[in-house]
Ligand binder design. Structure first.
Ligand code: AN7
Length: 414
C-alpha cells in the first residue's frame, strides 16, 4: 500500500493523514510505494504514450484517481545537448536540463502541482510556506489556480525581484520576517502546529517531493533510458536532489533503467553544510548560522532534507562541491552567452561546480553528464544587469548608430 513513512524509525502513516514530522521520533517522512503494486498500476495506464510532463507519471503519484488536478502544464522541460559549453569544459557529452522552462520559471512547479492537488484533496483552504523566493512564487500561482488562500514567509534582506513580483501578483499574503530563511521556516512549522486549518507546503512535504521526482524520470525518458554517468544539481534545502534520486531509484527498481547515475550536489561556499559534511566524511551536517551567497535561492544554513541528500550522494557514489559567488556569476554569463540559456545564479552553481570537478579530475572527459539548471534568469534581473554591458545611449539618427556599431568605416571604404 502506498503510504507515508518516517525516514528514520519507519513508522507509517496513511496518505490522507495530515502529518509533517514523524509522531514517534520527529524525523521527516517520505512516500513509499510497494514496487509490485506500482508495477501493476503503471501496466494499467499507457503512460508512455502521454507527452513528457509531470502528469505523464500520474500512476507514480500518491494522488487518488478521483482527484481534480491543479495544473499549469509543468515538466516536459528541455534536455539540451550543450556542445559549446561541453567543448569549453572539455567534456564530450553534456546536457542541460533547463527547469526554468516550467510555468512559473523553476522546478518548484513540479512539486506544487502535486502538493496543491493533494491540499485540495485534503480539503485545505489555506496554504503556507517559507521561501527564498521560488517556492513562494510557485505556491502563490497554484493556490490562485485552486482558488485558495496563500501565505508566504520570506527572509529579510535581498529577495530576487522576479520571484517577489510573482508571489505578489498572484495575490499571496507576503510576510517578510526579520530573520533568515531557517528562522522563517521555523515559524511555518509552529503555525502548522497551532492552526490545523493551514496546510504546510514546505520542501519536507513528501507530496511535493513526489512531484519533483518526475525530474529524474524525465531525464531517463529523454535519454531513451540510457542513464547518464552523473547528474549535477544545485542544493539548498536538499529536497530536489533527494527527489531526483527517488525518481531514479524507482525507475531502477521497476527495471526501466539498467544503472544509476552518481548524484553530485553543488552548494554556494557561504552556505554549504551538506558539501562540508560530504567532504569531511561526516554523516551529519553542522548548520551554517549566517549563510551568505549571491545565489539567494540557496542561501540556506540548515537544510531540512539533509539526511535524504547525504543518503542520495552516498548511495549513488556521488559527491558534493562548493563554488564561490565569483564562479557562479562567471558560469551564469558563460551559459547565457554560449548556449543561449539564461538561468538565475543558484542554477548556474551546477555549471560552476561541474567546471571545478572536471579540473579536479572527478568528472571525466568521456562521461555523459546532465547539469540541472533550476530556475530562470529573469527571476533575478538585477544580478544579470549588474554583470553585463550597459545599454549605450545614442542620438536618434542612423549615422550615430552606425558610428557606435563601427559600421561607418565600412561605408567610407566602399
Ligand atoms: C533556483 O524557494 O528553497 O535543494 O524556498 O530556488 O530543493 O532546496 C529554493 C531552492 C535550487 C535548491 N535552485 O533546491 C525556496 C527554495 C533554485 C532554487 C534550489 C532552490 P532544494
Amino acid at each position: 500500500m502506498v503510504r507515508q513513512e518516517c525516514i528514520n524509525c519507519k513508522a507509517t502513516y496513511g496518505i490522507d493523514d495530515i502529518v509533517y514530522f514523524c509522531k514517534k521520533c520527529g524525523d521527516i517522512l517520505e512516500i513509499k510505494f510497494d514496487i509490485n503494486e506500482l508495477t501493476e498500476n503503471i501496466d494499467i495506464y499507457d503512460w508512455k504514450t502521454k507527452p513528457i510532463s509531470v502528469w505523464r507519471y500520474r500512476p507514480f503519484m500518491p494522488i487518488h484517481e478521483s482527484a481534480k488536478l491543479i495544473t499549469l502544464g509543468e515538466g516536459g522541460t528541455g534536455l539540451h545537448h550543450s556542445e559549446h559549453l561541453g567543448t569549453e569544459l572539455c567534456i564530450n557529452n553534456l546536457y542541460i536540463k533547463n527547469e526554468g522552462e516550467n510555468p512559473t520559471g523553476s522546478f518548484k512547479d513540479r512539486g506544487m502541482t502535486v502538493g496543491v492537488t493533494k491540499a485540495i484533496e485534503l480539503g485545505a483552504r489555506h496554504v503556507i510556506c517559507a521561501s527564498t523566493g521560488n517556492t513562494s512564487a510557485s505556491l502563490a500561482a497554484y493556490a490562485a489556480r485552486a482558488g485558495i488562500r496563500c501565505t508566504v514567509l520570506i527572509p529579510s534582506g535581498k529577495i530576487a525581484y522576479g520571484k517577489l513580483s510573482q508571489a505578489m501578483i498572484h495575490g499571496a499574503k507576503v510576510l517578510q520576517v526579520k530573520g533568515n530563511f531557517d528562522e522563517a521556516l521555523e515559524f511555518v512549522f509552529k503555525l502548522g502546529e497551532k492552526h490545523k486549518e493551514i496546510y504546510l507546503l514546505n520542501s519536507i512535504n513528501p507530496f511535493r517531493i513526489e512531484g519533483q521526482k518526475s525530474l529524474g524520470y524525465e531525464i531517463c525518458d529523454q535519454l531513451n533510458y540510457e542513464t547518464p554517468d552523473a547528474i549535477v544539481i544545485p542544493v539548498g534545502n536538499a529536497g530536489n536532489i533527494s527527489a531526483v534520486w527517488k525518481g531514479l531509484t524507482e525507475f531502477y527498481q521497476l527495471g526501466l533503467i539498467k544503472k544509476l547515475p552518481k548524484m553530485i550536489g553543488i552548494q554556494a561556499q557561504g552556505s554549504a553544510p551538506i558539501a562540508h559534511a560530504i567532504k569531511t566524511g561526516n554523516d551529519k551536517i553542522i548548520p551554517v548560522e549566517n549563510p551568505e551567497t549571491i545565489a539567494t535561492a540557496i542561501r540556506i544554513g540548515a537544510p531540512v532534507s539533509w539526511k535524504k541528500a547525504i543518503n542520495a550522494i552516498q548511495e549513488s557514489h556521488g559527491t558534493a562541491e562548493t563554488v564561490t559567488d565569483e564562479e557562479i556569476l562567471d558560469a551564469q554569463k558563460t551559459l547565457a552567452r554560449i548556449e543561449g540559456i539564461f538561468v538565475e545564479p543558484a542554477s548556474a552553481s551546477s555549471i560552476a561546480g561541474l567546471k571545478k570537478l572536471i579540473k579536479k579530475g572527478i568528472v571525466l572527459e568521456n562521461e555523459k553528464i546532465v547539469c540541472i539548471t533550476t530556475g530562470h534568469g529573469l527571476k533575478d534581473p538585477d544580478t544579470a544587469i549588474k554583470q553585463s554591458e550597459k545599454p549605450i545611449e545614442v542620438d536618434a539618427n542612423i549615422e550615430a548608430i552606425e558610428t557606435t556599431l563601427d559600421l561607418r568605416k565600412a561605408i567610407l571604404a566602399r
